[in-house]
Design a protein around this ligand. Structure first.
Ligand SMILES: [Zn+2]
Length: 104
């Protein structure tokens, strides 16, 4: 079977599969830890998927917020909200019962 890289119109299932595949790597992407073999596909998908781009921006914002509070006393209420947000991101990234991190 030959796989077409062009993501042709009329094949939304192909886009959907790439979307789901890419979502697994978004956390690794913002940490620049996407496996070399997967990186071109992730970058290509991000050039065509506003939903994944928005998720990357959201992850970066959350990461930046966490960096700002590191070393400062943590409000338990804020910690709970951050934890719930992280769990929701992990769920949205397509974690399938694992730890939410892409396997390399
Ligand atoms: Zn996507």
């Amino acid at each position: 079977m030959q796989e077409c890289d062009a993501n042709p119109p009329g094949y939304p299932i192909v886009r959907r599969i790439r979307h789901l595949r890419t979502k697994r790597y978004l956390s690794a992407y913002i940490d620049d830890e996407v496996p070399t073999r997967a990186r071109p596909g992730v970058v290509r998908h991000l050039s065509e998927c506003p939903e994944c781009v928005a998720m990357v921006e959201s992850l970066r914002s959350a990461r930046a917020a966490l960096r700002r509070v590191v070393g400062q006393p943590v409000d338990p209420l804020a910690a709970g909200r951050i934890h719930r947000y992280a769990v929701s991101i992990d769920d949205a990234a397509g974690s399938s019962g694992g730890d939410g991190f892409a396997q390399s």
